[in-house]
Write a protein of this length. Structure first.
Length: 443
């Protein structure tokens, strides 16, 4: 029995011993165990040298790094910025715990642990007011955005529409030929079986669309492949998009993620509850640019969004009306305001749509259909029942809760990819510094 257990343990490390003379077996066994012990000791030493990530499982996912580079700038370095933040917070109505974090002279938007600490005290209802304080720091300490688009009135109107409705529809930014080139490019590349590479069940196994990829409900491309795809960077980093993002945030945006994934046809739930109305929690300020890369109707996985569901004054009014309505008494029984104002994962979609009656938008259209959302409004993907759907997303944030875990989505893409196709001025370098590596670019 003991020998079988030992053999089983060795097989976990890819080792085995031959049957035969017991003394020979014992000698081999001692040799293999000593070898395994040396490998484990070596692995432990290597792990000790790698910055570790500690994950906490709670109602809101978060993580903290044990080793971070020291911030280059702190709030105490700029007395005028500190005074501006203090003046904003005096009228922002944020909790005192949040004010204390933001007015700590050591606070820095580069300080990951302090920025994540904010997240533990700030729910979706306070995102806008917190983001405004971060925008003051970005403008004063890092970069003051310079407009690039020729029509500032249009940009201002677009930002106001997004801020009011939570949705901004865009005219198609790609020609029919460009869309065909993008489609051809992606169909020649295999996908991970998750809505992001990091969430894929098999990180080493990739499949092709129309050739076994559909065995899984979702499939995604790496950010490197997305960045190298034709026409996508030019669209995502166009003056129209960047100026609208800057006007919405009140400061220079950061491109934090390029994402493209397939939703394959068939009933059922998706991992991460994508097909339930929820709010994103990537940052206090989010700006999602979406474009359909396939034709999308109501049976092929349209994006659905509840307009104005991040207007929390409206939410309070709608919630109280629903609670007082006898016809909805059974539906609203036990539903608290915080159930609706939070991330939304614990509440049935029927309740959310009843509270925001008349505000649900189903976004359909041909390949090339483009729109912008702010992430914090309740949204979901409708499960595609008839045919698969591919969508592209470019996420911009003010700062983002970064996830520097090993191989989140592969290495950074060389900055020269942006330089050759869009430009390499100081503003573009700042905007693209997270997914792109500018350290070897000579400008």
């Amino acid at each position: 029995m003991l020998k079988r257990l030992v053999r089983g343990s060795l097989r976990q490390f890819g080792l085995s011993i031959a049957r035969g003379d017991p003394r020979a077996e014992n000698a081999v066994l001692r040799h293999e165990l000593a070898h395994t012990r040396r490998e484990l000791d070596s692995a432990q030493k290597q792990l000790a040298e790698v910055p570790m990530v500690v994950r906490h499982t709670s109602s809101v996912a978060s993580e903290e790094t044990l080793v971070d580079p020291p911030p280059r700038k702190r709030l105490k370095d700029d007395p005028r910025v500190y005074a501006a933040v203090k003046a904003h917070l005096a009228h922002a109505g944020l909790p005192e715990t949040v004010n204390q974090i933001l007015l700590d002279p050591e606070f820095s938007v580069e300080d990951r642990s302090r920025y994540m600490k904010l997240f533990h005290h700030v729910g979706p209802e306070l995102y806008d007011r917190t983001a405004a304080a971060i925008a003051i720091m970005v403008n004063g300490q890092y970069l003051r955005y310079q407009p690039r688009y020729h029509d500032p009135v249009k940009i201002r109107e677009q930002a106001q529409t997004l801020r009011r409705e939570g949705l901004l529809r865009l005219p198609s930014m790609l020609t029919t030929e460009q869309i065909r080139e993008i489609q051809d490019y992606f169909l020649k590349r295999p996908i991970y079986n998750g809505h992001t590479p990091m969430s894929a069940r098999h990180r080493s196994l990739r499949r092709y669309v129309n050739y076994t990829a559909e065995k899984y409900p979702l499939g995604s491309y790496s950010k490197q492949e997305i960045a190298l795809a034709p026409h996508i960077l030019e669209m995502a980093l166009s003056p129209l998009i960047l100026d609208t993002a800057a006007a919405y945030f009140g400061c220079a945006p950061k491109l934090t993620w390029l994402q493209s994934w397939w939703n394959f046809a068939g009933p059922g739930d998706y991992p991460h509850r994508q097909n339930y109305f929820h709010r994103d929690t990537n940052d206090f300020g989010m700006f999602w640019v979406y474009i359909y890369l396939t034709d999308v109707d109501e049976t092929s996985g349209p994006h659905k969004l509840i307009r104005r569901s991040a207007d929390f004054a409206l939410l309070r009014e709608r919630y109280e009306r629903a609670k007082a309505d006898p016809a909805r008494a059974a539906l609203m029984d036990g539903v608290e305001y915080t159930d609706v104002s939070g991330t939304g994962h614990t509440l049935a979609d029927e309740i959310k749509e009843s509270i925001f009656d008349g505000l649900t938008e189903t976004l359909t259209g041909p390949a090339g259909t483009a729109f912008i959302t702010r992430g914090v409004d309740l949204h979901k993907v409708a499960t595609p029942l008839a045919r698969k759907r591919q969508i592209l997303a470019a996420r911009f944030c003010i700062n983002e809760f970064q996830y520097p875990a090993v191989d989140r989505d592969g290495d950074q893409v060389p900055g020269e990819v942006v330089a050759e196709r869009v430009g390499s001025d100081e503003q573009l370098r700042y905007i693209t510094q997270l997914p792109f590596d500018w350290s070897h670019d000579r400008g």
